[in-house]
Write a protein that binds this ligand. Sequence first.
Ligand code: FAD
Ligand code: NAG
Ligand code: NAG
Ligand code: NAG
Ligand code: NAG
Ligand code: NAG
Ligand code: NAG
Ligand code: NAG
Ligand code: NAG
Ligand code: NAG
Ligand code: NAG
Ligand code: NAG
Ligand code: NAG
Length: 571
Amino acid sequence: MYLLTGVLQLSLLFSFVVDVTSSQCRCLYGQPCWPSQSEFSSLQNQLSQPLIHPVPPASPCYPLSHPSGNCTDAQTNQFDGNWRSNQSGSMQSPNFETFIFDNGSISACYMNTTLGVPCGQGSVPNVGIDARSVEDIQAAVKFSVKNNLRLAVKNTGHDYLGRSTARGSFMIWTHHLKNITYNSTFVPEGAPPTELYKAITLGAGVQWHEAYDAAQAQGRALVGGMSVGGSVGAAGGWVLGGGHSALAPSYGLGVDNVIELKIVTSTGEYLTANSHSHSDLFWALRGGGGGTYGIVTEVTYRTHPSMPLTALYFVANSTNNDTFRTLFTEFVRIHPNLSDSGFSGYAFVSSNGIQIFYIGLNVTQAQANKTIDPFFSFAQNLTSEGLNIATALTVPYPSFYSWYTSTSSIGQQVGSSDELASRLVSRDVIERNHRGIADAVLSLNSSGWLLVAGGAVAQVDPDSTGLNPAWRKALVHVLWGTGWQEGTPFSEIEQLRAVVARSLTRVSELAGSSAYFNEASMFEPNPMNTFFGSHYSKLKAIKNVYDPADLFVVTEGVGSEDWDASLNCRR
Ligand SMILES: Cc1cc2nc3c(=O)[nH]c(=O)nc-3n(C[C@H](O)[C@H](O)[C@H](O)COP(=O)(O)OP(=O)(O)OC[C@H]3O[C@@H](n4cnc5c(N)ncnc54)[C@H](O)[C@@H]3O)c2cc1C
Ligand SMILES: *[C@@H]1O[C@H](CO)[C@@H](O)[C@H](O)[C@H]1NC(C)=O
Ligand SMILES: *[C@@H]1O[C@H](CO)[C@@H](O)[C@H](O)[C@H]1NC(C)=O
Ligand SMILES: *[C@@H]1O[C@H](CO)[C@@H](O)[C@H](O)[C@H]1NC(C)=O
Ligand SMILES: *[C@@H]1O[C@H](CO)[C@@H](O)[C@H](O)[C@H]1NC(C)=O
Ligand SMILES: *[C@@H]1O[C@H](CO)[C@@H](O)[C@H](O)[C@H]1NC(C)=O
Ligand SMILES: *[C@@H]1O[C@H](CO)[C@@H](O)[C@H](O)[C@H]1NC(C)=O
Ligand SMILES: *[C@@H]1O[C@H](CO)[C@@H](O)[C@H](O)[C@H]1NC(C)=O
Ligand SMILES: *[C@@H]1O[C@H](CO)[C@@H](O)[C@H](O)[C@H]1NC(C)=O
Ligand SMILES: *[C@@H]1O[C@H](CO)[C@@H](O)[C@H](O)[C@H]1NC(C)=O
Ligand SMILES: *[C@@H]1O[C@H](CO)[C@@H](O)[C@H](O)[C@H]1NC(C)=O
Ligand SMILES: *[C@@H]1O[C@H](CO)[C@@H](O)[C@H](O)[C@H]1NC(C)=O
Ligand SMILES: *[C@@H]1O[C@H](CO)[C@@H](O)[C@H](O)[C@H]1NC(C)=O
């Protein structure tokens, strides 16, 4: 160094500085480093589809700045998950389409035009690719690494922590990777020919309603998600983060049903991950989270025989809080028994009312009645103390598919702002302190009580996948959160966030601090422990092997602690 001439020293110093800044922070849209037209043209030459320029879904309502589209259509369909996922620029929760500057001002494009706010791009990426092939993804990944771009990998946009979008980013949109193949004699790559599965392979853009239809056509059942319209992705963030289902207590979580995945990594390699090939990556992909190891192009799942079930519906409320509390406390108390008796499903709880949608797979109606009748009688007794029971019955169905299609209104509508918090509640805690848990849940005023663990989920070796081992001890996933109207100022949003943060502390005191990666708070004090537990260091080591460029970084994901809050600059 000391021997170099001044000019050389200067140029070395200059290149050193450039290197440091370029690797320290991502290059964002609008910055001088952003790729030129000609660089985008050479990317375009490698793609099967035109580059896309995502816009917020409300942009048709702003004809002066965004002169195309149909505002009536946008306003009419804004709460439809399939309409939203059809658009590259739309998230399911529109708050993630917005961007809050450090000074508290908000860039957004509101459906509510009477607010008089101009349509801003917010956190919607500016340019992206509409991926239809492995080659499209390889080209886009190499382009992102070469230009040091902030990358958003987007499938349906359901992510509850906004992980599938980022302001100023470049997007790889997987929505149109729709291939579905059923194979009754599937053999994983590298496996002996005797290792056969009745399997279904889903392209990364397939959504649950499509996957369920395809499995049903073969008389098979799949462990999958539940939402109005079935719009959640079946082979993206859902499974990479865990994947819960009403069928999980019978067959394990989404991750437990994966046989094989195919993935493009940040080096542009296209790999097969299964228990015979890249088994470390296979381990990490099953629970290590979406947007973290690479871009999964397809997932192969086990299928299961289609089996009859008995559904349990119960809807009640009371103007007397104590009466309702007595009922809910009893409901919590019987959970170990409900689980052992084969029940699973979803309940929605307010401070004085509940709606229960449970199923018992392969449970006859007579068996189901025997399990639940004592609870129904308990509730019946409370009617003299002001409990209103709207529904209390069991109904047999020939298959999960028939239940799913006739109960498709379960769960919340999308299209409203949403920030969540959640905790996994272990069976042990419920057995020891069902009263405490019941009171904590009631104090949330409005929450989801999901009996999606226990049973088969608890029987899987916790170390056989990268998933948070807390799932194996859990019985119930409790989730709640906050939301606000469009146009709400940041100061009010902060107050709402503070309420959620306090409730999270309260629930954690009883339930501990483990949570489900896909449905949780963006403000976890110790996300690595909360989402990954003792698997964290191994997950991180595997990420370092397969993503040496550190291209894939998402909120509270593996490796994200090396980045600042914006995830644009290294710490
Ligand atoms: C209405 C609703 C219902 C839900 N129901 C359930 C449920 O029943 N069970 C459950 O477990 N969860 C459920 N969820 C949560 C769901 O698991 C998460 O929202 C999950 O992130 C959705 O994944 P996605 O691929 O559809 O969405 P996206 O938001 O597009 O992606 C989610 C994350 O995965 C990454 N990602 C997406 N595709 C890929 C890919 N091919 N390769 C690598 N990374 C990828 C993205 O970068 C992002 O980080 C629900 C969510 C909503 C909004
Ligand atoms: C706009 O959308 C609405 C609702 O979907 C539809 O009824 C109408 O025909 C559309 N208008 C145009 C001009 O396409
Ligand atoms: C989404 O797009 C698909 C394919 O173009 C179309 O069939 C479907 O009707 C669309 N869904 C909604 C709700 O717009
Ligand atoms: C806040 O910051 C943004 C981005 O720097 C800027 O465009 C906006 O004018 C600022 N708003 C106020 C009220 O200062
Ligand atoms: C739109 O915003 C206006 C002004 O704040 C408010 O009065 C109105 O209720 C909002 N409409 C909807 C549909 O949210
Ligand atoms: C989807 O299936 C078609 C027909 O088999 C095949 O040509 C194509 O390569 C597949 N696409 C992907 C992304 O696997
Ligand atoms: C099913 O898998 C077997 C074994 O891998 C393979 O030989 C066969 O071609 C596959 N069939 C289909 C329809 O993909
Ligand atoms: C019942 O609980 C709700 C929510 O906690 C509270 O607002 C209300 O005042 C309570 N009602 C009575 C009669 O205690
Ligand atoms: C279904 O239930 C019957 C009767 O209890 C039992 O014999 C059978 O093993 C169960 N099948 C499965 C796949 O769980
Ligand atoms: C669950 O409770 C019911 C009714 O109290 C009882 O008949 C049944 O044996 C219990 N089942 C299990 C698996 O504990
Ligand atoms: C219902 O009330 C009756 C009379 O008080 C009592 O004998 C019975 O045990 C109660 N049943 C339940 C399930 O609590
Ligand atoms: C409570 O239940 C009664 C009777 O089923 C129903 O009419 C009423 O709308 C419910 N109230 C609330 C706040 O859900
Ligand atoms: C089970 O209970 C339902 C009401 O929830 C009743 O209609 C049905 O006859 C009962 N079936 C059996 C087999 O006990």
